[in-house]
Design a protein around this ligand. Structure first.
Ligand SMILES: NC(=O)c1ccc[n+]([C@@H]2O[C@H](COP(=O)([O-])OP(=O)(O)OC[C@H]3O[C@@H](n4cnc5c(N)ncnc54)[C@H](OP(=O)(O)O)[C@@H]3O)[C@@H](O)[C@H]2O)c1
Length: 286
């Protein structure tokens, strides 16, 4: 739908991509219910949007919720339905970088809960409302790593592959009704999401990064196009397609990525992959 007709429930609104998306959606005429965990930051963003878009503050409401808290998630869904949200952007997310052995069990659970289970539960809670509208959209913010698994991102990829599976299956399940389900896949983006280890890995592997404003622009385009999916950047777009068709062709391409894991991570990756080294077919990095 056109941004000007959208009433968007935006999670992770106070994060890097969330703020940029909120600004561009506001300028394009959308109304927003901003969701964050800090009342000060989320309310300040609402005021900023009203000022910068020169529209009434009525268009910019906000809600404080930890999406991993079932009660908070339930009351958020109720508020969003009462407010008349016709678009949900599941943008809140947590990073995870490092060899599998370096990620604690609780951290793993937190990532899966935040990136996968919370969007599923919030979608489920809002579905009766969204289905009662003539037209509505659910946008799942995934990642290129939701279709391309890279060394160091096994936990994060599990969450985003899961989210993509959820979006695809639900899109097909709801195809005869008013709710469109979309999957949006940025590549690496310059926000606080990525720590110094990820920056070093990106530099060493020649991984390009986008500005959050570019990502936000593409998000508005996806909303308005109503396309099923959008993947950002080249060569990521090509790599995810190839990986979908013949993943084994790519299996030998990531030695540089493994070698670029921080020392502690690399040591663990080497230890963990040791029993499988006889199966390795790594090509030299080019
Ligand atoms: N940056 C990248 O390289 C990149 C690449 C591809 C995809 N993505 C995806 O894009 C989305 C946004 O990422 P970003 O770069 O903007 O990250 P960010 O700056 O770290 O923002 C993440 C947002 O998620 C919110 N959040 C995390 N856990 C939450 C919880 N339990 N309850 C409520 N909110 C929670 C944070 O809330 P607070 O503000 O309250 O902390 C924050 O607003 C994520 O889904 C991420 O996976 C990012």
């Amino acid at each position: 739908m056109k941004a000007a007709s959208a009433r968007v429930l935006l999670t992770g609104a106070t994060g890097g991509i969330g703020r940029a998306a909120a600004r561009q959606l506001a300028l394009a005429g959308a109304s927003l219910m901003l969701v964050g965990r800090s009342p000060a930051r989320v309310s300040a963003l609402a005021r900023e949007l009203a000022q910068s878009s020169q529209r009434s503050i009525e268009h910019f409401t906000w809600n404080v919720a930890d999406l991993n808290d079932a009660a908070a998630l339930g009351s958020l869904a109720q508020s969003a339905a009462a407010w008349g949200a016709n678009v949900v952007v599941h943008n809140a997310g947590l990073p995870s970088f490092g060899a599998l052995g370096s990620v604690s069990g609780p951290a793993m659970q937190q990532v899966l809960q935040t990136n996968l289970l919370a969007p599923m539960l919030l979608t489920q809670a809002l579905l009766p409302h969204l289905q009662s509208l003539p037209k509505s959209q659910v946008v799942c913010v995934g990642s290129a790593l939701g279709r391309l698994g890279l060394p160091g991102f096994s936990v994060y990829s599990a969450s985003k592959f899961g989210l993509r599976g959820f979006a695809e299956a639900l899109r097909r399940e709801l195809a005869s009704g008013p709710v469109k389900v979309q999957y949006f896949a940025p590549r690496s983006t310059r926000t606080e999401f990525n720590d110094d280890d990820v920056h070093a890995y990106n530099r060493a592997t020649g991984t390009a990064t986008d500005q959050p404003e570019q990502v936000a622009h593409a998000l508005v385009q996806l909303l308005e196009s109503e396309a099923a999916e959008a993947f950002l950047g080249f060569p990521e777009k090509l790599a995810v397609r190839l990986n979908g068709l013949v993943p084994e062709w790519l299996d030998g391409s990531f030695k540089k990525h493994r070698d670029s894991l921080p020392p502690a991570h690399a040591a663990m990756a080497t230890r963990q992959s040791a029993p499988l080294t006889h199966l390795s077919s790594d090509r030299s990095p080019t």
